[in-house]
Design a protein around this ligand. Structure first.
Ligand code: C2E
Ligand code: CA
Ligand code: CA
Length: 567
């Protein structure tokens, strides 16, 4: 042990030093209070033995000063005194002392006291280090090593109160990975974990050391920028984060791509309290997601209404199935030349007792986000197959019943088997069905699993069509590996084809290419005669749209089948 001995009697110092050296301790001796404090600061002793009475500064005062210097670890102090009465013991303990030795003392007593102190000191050190470790652990996210939700909740309160006190501006960024669930489902949790680690590292590299970064949920991160002089800085950092997250991730021989959506809330700003800041960042993040992902958004008050609506829909959707609020409509798919129906596309409708009719464009994304699309999807498939049996569609040669399938459904391990079960239960031949799949980013990284499922369904006899072709991710070259039977050209393209020269060329080429590849084409959203004429002129065979037929209630379908087509 390193022992600091302070006594203004040289003889005492010598005696104590002798004993301590004999015991193998390292000694530093001083003869007055101020010197003792200096050494205490500089040399960090493990034990202090100090005379109560010294000239200038007495032992008690000296102990009090030492305690105020090193608060974090407790260094034992033993007082030396000529007479020990009750009041001086109390005074000594109050000043921060741990024990007393009355002069004169025997060598054995000194050694025993030091041993006892050493034991206590060791114990204190251990408790101190364990407490420190626990503090770090409880603040850290075990997977990524950055702060966790618990620390985020603590830090935001502290940082807001500092911002208040010093009139500083603070920005909170909520970062949510897009479609992370799909990656987890496709590649497994191990890869999901590796990805989160790498994301945390990339986020860290975008920030300064004084910025706060935490993982606050499965695939959610939060950043607090505590002192910004301009709100635009938050946007600049958000963009830097988005850019750093986009390059490919190479994880155990898998190449994965991911993007994120970021919501930004500023403090102070109108009506913002500590409580609402987090909610505002969340609202802004949802908005960023809605605007197409891989983007950031600042919070503004008018977003609140939208967000509330989103939450209401999400809650109502949980019960829509069991409360029988869904029904299907069917839009005929027509032969453009003879205007006879060659198929029906099932479209989901939701009639909510309070909110009225809600468009699938508004609630399907929520169903996908929450996973509700899976049970809802099976309900749709079963319902459509039952209708097909009822209408005896198998009698109509080449007729197709098209069902929209979300890629979330396709990623379910038992999707294929459940499909087979539904076909068996309803006595429907697989060749009657066409599955419409919208190409999304999910299809990209999930391509292997999806491709396998699509292939199995195709082998079973179900035809596969790519929905909304032309709106984003799709390209013919990328689709060539998939077992595709049909392309549905998105209505935007169909509508632009007659207005915009380039769109027209694209549609024309698409029709030609598909002919060569023996892929059927269905033009969507035909609303005018002009559009229909254009498509016919360029050899498009099939189409769908309000000009030809609107989505029909089930009661209307039978009539269409009877009148429009010879059975
Ligand atoms: P989608 O699969 O592209 O369906 C076509 C949408 O375009 C339908 O809207 C339909 O009513 C509408 N439409 C048809 N002809 C025209 C037209 O001439 N002009 C215009 N402006 N629109 C036309 P709906 O029913 O609102 O469905 C919107 C989207 O919701 C669908 O787009 C599909 O992505 C999704 N959806 C609908 N039903 C289902 C379903 O059962 N399952 C899944 N997973 N998604 C569905
Ligand atoms: Ca569709
Ligand atoms: Ca479509």
């Amino acid at each position: 042990m390193k022992v600091l001995v302070a006594d203004d009697s040289e003889i005492n110092l010598m005696l104590i030093s002798l004993v301590l050296k004999e015991q193998g301790h390292q000694i530093i001796t001083v003869t007055n209070g101020p010197e003792a404090i200096e050494v205490f600061k500089r040399h960090r002793p493990d034990l202090v033995i100090m005379d109560v009475v010294m000239e200038g500064m007495d032992g008690f005062e000296c102990a009090r000063t030492m305690r105020s210097i090193r608060r974090e670890d407790w260094i034992p102090i033993i007082f030396l005194s000529n007479s020990v009465d009750d009041s001086s013991i109390a005074k000594g303990i109050d000043a921060g002392g741990d024990d007393y030795l009355t002069k004169p003392f025997s060598k054995i007593t000194l050694i025993a006291k030091i041993k006892a102190m050493q034991r206590i000191s060791d114990m204190r050190q251990r408790i101190y280090h364990t407490t420190k470790k626990l503090e770090v652990l409880s603040a850290t996210d075990a997977l990524t090593g950055i702060y966790n939700r618990f620390q985020f909740d603590k830090s935001i309160v502290e940082k807001l109160s500092v911002a208040n006190r010093y009139h500083r501006q603070l920005a909170l960024l909520f970062i949510d990975l897009d479609n992370f669930k799909i990656i987890n489902d496709t590649f497994g949790h191990h890869i999901g974990d590796l990805l989160l680690k790498e994301v945390a590292a990339r986020l860290k590299s975008c920030l300064r050391t004084e910025d706060f970064l935490a993982r606050v949920g499965g695939d959610e991160f939060a950043v607090i920028l505590s002192d910004i002089d301009n709100p635009l800085v938050a946007g600049v950092i958000a963009q830097k984060i988005l850019d750093s997250l986009t390059p490919d991730y190479h994880l155990d021989e898998n190449k994965i791509r991911i993007s994120a959506s970021i919501g930004i809330a500023l403090y102070p700003s109108s009506e913002t309290t500590q409580m609402t800041l987090i909610q505002n960042a969340d609202v802004a993040m949802y908005h960023a997601k809605e605007l197409g992902r891989n983007s950031y958004q600042y919070y503004s008050t008018n977003l609140n209404e939208k967000y509330k609506q989103h939450i209401h829909l999400e809650q109502a959707l949980q019960f829509a199935l069991e409360k029988n609020q869904f029904y299907l409509k069917y839009q005929p798919i027509m032969d453009l030349q003879n205007q006879q129906a060659v198929g029906l596309e099932a479209l989901l409708c939701w009639d909510h007792p309070e909110y009225g009719a809600i468009s699938p464009a508004d609630f399907i994304p929520i169903a996908e986000e929450t996973g509700l699309i899976v049970p809802i999807g099976y309900w749709i498939m079963r319902q459509a197959c039952e209708h097909a049996t009822e209408w005896d569609l198998k009698k109509l040669e080449g007729f197709k019943l098209s069902i929209n399938i979300s890629s979330h459904q396709l990623l379910q391990e038992d999707f294929y088997q459940n499909t087979v079960d539904i076909l068996n239960d309803t006595h429907i031949s697989p060749t009657l069905l066409e599955f419409e799949i919208t190409e999304t980013t999910e299809m990209d990284y999930a391509s292997y699993t999806l491709r396998q499922t699509i292939k199995k369904l195709h082998d079973l006899g179900i035809t596969i069509s790519i929905d909304d072709f032309g709106t984003g991710y799709s390209s013919l070259t990328r689709l060539k590996d998939l077992a595709i039977d049909t392309l549905k050209i998105d209505q935007i393209f169909v509508q632009d084809a007659i207005k915009d020269y380039n769109a027209g060329i694209i549609v024309k080429n698409l029709i030609n290419m598909c002919k060569e590849l023996k892929i059927d084409i269905i033009a969507e959203g035909i609303e005018t005669q002009e559009q229909l004429d254009f498509l016919l002129a360029h050899g498009c065979i099939h189409g769908q749209g309000y000009l030809l037929a609107r989505p029909l209630f089930i009661e209307q379908v039978k009539g269409l089948l009877l009148s429009g087509r010879k059975e």
